[in-house]
Design a protein around this ligand. Structure first.
Ligand code: NAI
Ligand code: MG
Length: 364
C-alpha cells in the first residue's frame, strides 16, 4: 500500500507562514507515530497567478483530484484586487471546490477553556462548547438558475433561485448523520419550511434519511430561530445541518462564539474515491491576512486544527486527531498566545513559529 498522499497548497499572505508550521506537525506524526504521508506542494491563488497567469493550473487541479487530502492555506491579497474577476485568487479555490464536488462543508465551533473569556458571550454559555455545522456547499441559491439582473418593464429585477434536488439534500444529510454517529448523536436540521418549498422538501428528505440512523436524534428548527438559539444556548446543539445560504451565515455566527478567526478550521468533503476516502479539502476559515503577512504574527492553530480534521476524516486516525487537539488545548492552557489571542493584560505574544514549536513540544 502506498502512503496516503497530501497535497499542500499554501497560497498567499499568511498561508505559507501557517503552512510551514503544519508541515512540522505532519513530520512529527511521521517520525513519532509512524504515520507516513507522501506530501507534495503546489501553487494556488495569487501565487499561481504570478507563475501561470491563472489562479489554479490544470496540472494542480489534476493533482488535487488524485490526492487523498488537500490542505490549503489562504488565497488573495491587495496585489491581486484589481485582477479581472475570471482570474482572481478566489477563483482558484472555487474551482477546487466545484471540480472536486465538495458538497459537505464542516465547520466546527469549539471553545477551548483557556479562551472562554474571549467570547462575546458569557463564559458559562460557551465554556466546553463543541458543535459542528454541516453546510451544503455546492447547490442552493448561490448556484440556482435562473439568476441575473433583468429588465422588467421600466425597472430592473435581480433574481437568484433557491433550488435543491432530493439527491443533493440526501447526500448532505447523510454526511451530517455519519458525523453525528461519531459525536453526540444529535442532528438539528435548519431551513425555512414555513415559507420556502425548498425547505419543505429539505425537511422531508432529511426525515427520510434519518430512518437509516435510528441512534441519532433528529430535530428541525427554522433557521431564524436557529440563529437566536445559537447565541442564546449554543450548547444544546451537536451537529447542525443546513443549506448553503443559511449555513454561510450560521457558521460565521457560531464561529464568533469561540473567539479568534486564527483558531477556526474547516473541512469540505465530497463523494468517496475508489480507495474509500472522501474527496477532501481542509483549510482554515481565515483569509490571507495581508495586514500581518510576512511579520511572523499569524496564529497557525486554525491551519493545524484543519490538519487534525484531515487525520480524523480522511485518514481514519481519530485518536491521533484527538492527540493533536489535546496538544493545542495544552499550549493554550499554558498561556502561550499569538497576538490575536491577547487581551490587554500585557502578556508577550509568541510568533507563528514559536506557536508551532509549542504545539510540537506539547505533542512530545
Ligand atoms: P482575513 O481572514 O484575512 O483577516 C481578517 C482579520 O483577522 C485581519 O485583521 C487578520 O489579521 C486577522 N487574522 C486572520 N487570520 C489570522 C491568523 N491566522 N492569525 C492572526 N490573525 C488573523 O480576512 P480579510 O481581511 O477580509 O481578507 C484578506 C484577504 O484574504 C482578501 O484578499 C480576501 O479575499 C482573502 N480571503 C481568503 C479566504 C480564503 O482563502 N479562504 C477567506 C477570506 C478572505
Ligand atoms: Mg461567510
Amino acid at each position: 500500500m502506498p502512503n496516503p498522499s497530501i497535497l499542500i497548497l499554501p497560497g498567499d499572505g499568511i498561508g505559507p507562514e501557517v503552512m510551514t508550521e503544519v508541515r512540522k506537525i505532519i513530520s512529527w506524526f511521521g517520525d513519532k507515530r509512524g504515520l507516513q504521508f507522501d506530501v507534495s506542494e503546489d501553487l494556488v491563488g495569487g501565487a499561481a497567478y504570478d507563475k501561470h497567469g491563472k489562479p489554479l493550473a490544470d496540472e494542480t487541479m489534476a493533482k488535487a483530484q488524485e490526492a487523498d487530502a488537500v490542505l490549503l492555506g489562504a488565497v488573495g491579497g491587495p496585489a491581486y484586487d484589481d485582477l479581472d474577476f475570471s482570474v482572481k485568487p478566489e477563483r482558484g479555490l472555487l474551482r477546487l471546490r466545484k471540480e472536486m464536488d465538495l458538497y459537505s462543508n464542516l465547520r466546527p465551533a469549539q471553545c477551548f477553556d483557556a479562551l472562554a473569556d474571549f467570547s462575546s458571550l458569557k463564559k458559562d454559555i460557551v465554556a466546553g462548547l463543541d458543535i459542528m455545522i454541516v453546510r451544503e456547499l455546492t447547490s442552493g441559491v448561490y448556484f440556482g438558475e435562473p439568476r441575473g439582473i433583468f429588465e422588467e418593464g421600466n425597472e430592473r429585477v435581480g433574481i437568484n433561485t433557491q433550488r435543491y434536488t432530493e439527491s443533493e439534500i440526501e447526500r448532505a444529510a447523510r454526511s451530517a448523520f455519519e458525523l453525528a454517529m461519531r459525536r453526540g448523536k444529535k442532528v438539528c436540521s435548519m431551513e425555512k419550511a414555513n415559507v420556502m418549498e425548498s425547505g419543505i422538501l429539505w425537511r422531508e428528505v432529511v426525515t427520510r434519511v434519518s430512518a437509516d440512523y435510528p441512534e441519532v436524534e433528529l430535530s428541525h428548527m427554522y433557521a431564524d430561530n436557529g440563529a437566536m438559539q445559537l447565541v442564546r444556548a449554543p450548547k444544546q446543539f451537536d451537529v447542525i445541518l443546513t443549506d448553503n445560504l443559511f449555513g454561510d451565515i450560521l457558521s460565521d455566527c457560531a464561529a464568533m462564539l469561540t473567539g479568534s478567526l486564527g483558531m477556526l478550521p474547516s473541512a469540505s468533503l465530497g463523494a468517496p474515491m475508489e480507495n474509500g476516502r472522501p474527496k477532501a479539502l481542509y483549510e482554515p476559515v481565515h483569509g490571507s491576512a495581508p495586514d500581518i503577512a510576512g511579520q511572523g504574527k499569524a496564529n497557525p492553530i486554525a491551519c493545524i486544527l484543519s490538519f487534525a480534521m484531515a487525520l480524523r476524516y480522511s485518514f481514519d486516525q481519530g485518536s491521533e486527531a484527538d492527540r493533536l487537539e489535546a496538544a493545542v488545548e495544552k499550549v493554550l492552557a499554558d498561556g502561550v498566545r499569538t497576538a490575536d489571542l491577547l487581551g490587554e493584560d500585557g502578556v508577550e505574544p509568541v510568533s507563528t513559529s514559536q506557536m508551532g514549536d509549542a504545539v510540537l513540544a506539547a505533542l512530545d
